[in-house]
Write a protein that binds this ligand. Structure first.
Ligand code: 5RP
Length: 236
C-alpha cells in the first residue's frame, strides 16, 4: 500500500500502524487531529473492520469526527465516554522529555482536554518533529475573540520576562478572515524561536485573561512513536 506514498506519508503511516496496535477490544480511544492523526484513523478503522473490534472513539475536532464516522468508527462525545483508555495524536514538535507543541491545526484545546482525560497519550510523528528544545514551531494560543487586542498586548508584555529568542505574535488567518477554532475562538501564533522553560511558559500564558489554552503539552504525553519512510519505528 505504502509504495506510492511520499516519504513523509510513509513515515506517518508507519507510526500510525504501530500506534493502533495498542488499541484493544472494548477500549475508549481519543482520536487526534492533523495529517498524521488522519493516517492513524484510517489504520484504526481498517483494524476494527478486519478484527471485528468493538471500540468507541472521541474525536478532537469536527474534521476528525467526520473522517472517523465516514470510515465506520463509532464516535461518541467525551461526556458519553466519561474517561478514555488511550489517546493517539500527532504533534508539531516533541522534545527529549516528551513535551510537545501542538495546535498547528488549531485543535489543541480539545486535544488537551481529550489527552488529559485519558489514561495514556501516545503521540505519532515523522522524524522532522523531534527537536532538542521546543520553540522553532510557532506556539499556538487559543484566545477569546472578545478583547483580542488587550489579550494580545498582555501576552506580548508577558513574553518580555520569559526566556525566549523571538517575541512576534501573529493572529492566525483563514484567507482574509481570522481562523476560527471548533470552539469559536481565535488563535495567536507566538514566534518564539526557542522556549527556555516550557512548564513556566504554559503556566504563565494560561494566567492571561482571554487566553483559553496554549499549545504546550507538558507532562501529558506518555510515549512518542516516530515512523520512518522505510517502515521502521522508534519508540521514545
Ligand atoms: C492539530 C495538531 C496536530 O497534531 C499537529 O499540528 C500535527 O499535524 P500534522 O500531523 O498534520 O503534522 O496539533 O491541532
Amino acid at each position: 500500500m505504502a509504495t506510492e506514498l511520499s516519504p513523509i506519508d510513509r513515515a506517518k503511516y508507519a507510526a500510525s500502524k504501530r500506534a493502533v496496535d495498542l488499541v484493544e477490544n472494548g477500549m475508549r480511544v481519543g482520536l487526534g487531529t492533523g495529517s498524521t492523526a488522519a493516517w492513524m484513523v484510517r489504520c484504526l478503522a481498517e483494524r476494527v473492520k478486519k478484527e471485528g473490534l468493538s471500540i468507541t472513539c472521541v474525536p478532537t475536532s469536527e474534521r476528525t469526527g467526520e473522517l472517523a464516522r465516514e470510515l465506520g468508527l463509532e464516535v461518541v462525545t467525551l461526556e458519553e465516554a466519561k474517561w478514555l483508555d488511550l489517546t493517539i495524536d500527532g504533534t508539531d514538535e516533541f522534545d527529549p522529555e516528551l513535551n510537545l507543541i501542538k495546535g498547528g491545526g488549531g485543535a489543541h484545546l480539545r486535544e488537551k482536554v481529550v489527552a488529559t482525560a485519558s489514561d495514556r497519550m501516545v503521540v505519532i510523528a515523522d522524524p522532522g518533529k523531534e527537536v532538542a528544545q521546543l520553540g522553532a514551531f510557532p506556539l499556538p494560543v487559543e484566545v477569546l475573540a472578545f478583547g483580542l487586542a488587550a489579550t494580545r498586548a498582555l501576552i506580548e508584555e508577558m513574553l518580555v520576562s520569559l526566556d525566549v529568542l523571538g517575541r512576534e505574535v501573529t493572529l492566525r488567518m483563514n484567507g482574509d478572515k481570522p481562523f476560527v477554532t471548533d470552539e469559536g475562538n481565535y488563535v495567536l501564533d507566538l514566534h518564539l524561536g526557542r522556549i527556555g522553560n516550557a512548564r513556566q511558559m504554559a503556566l504563565v500564558l494560561n494566567q492571561v485573561p482571554g487566553v483559553v489554552e496554549n499549545g504546550l503539552f507538558v507532562d501529558i504525553c506518555d510515549q512518542v512513536i516516530v515512523g520512518h519512510p522505510d517502515g521502521r519505528v522508534d519508540i521514545h
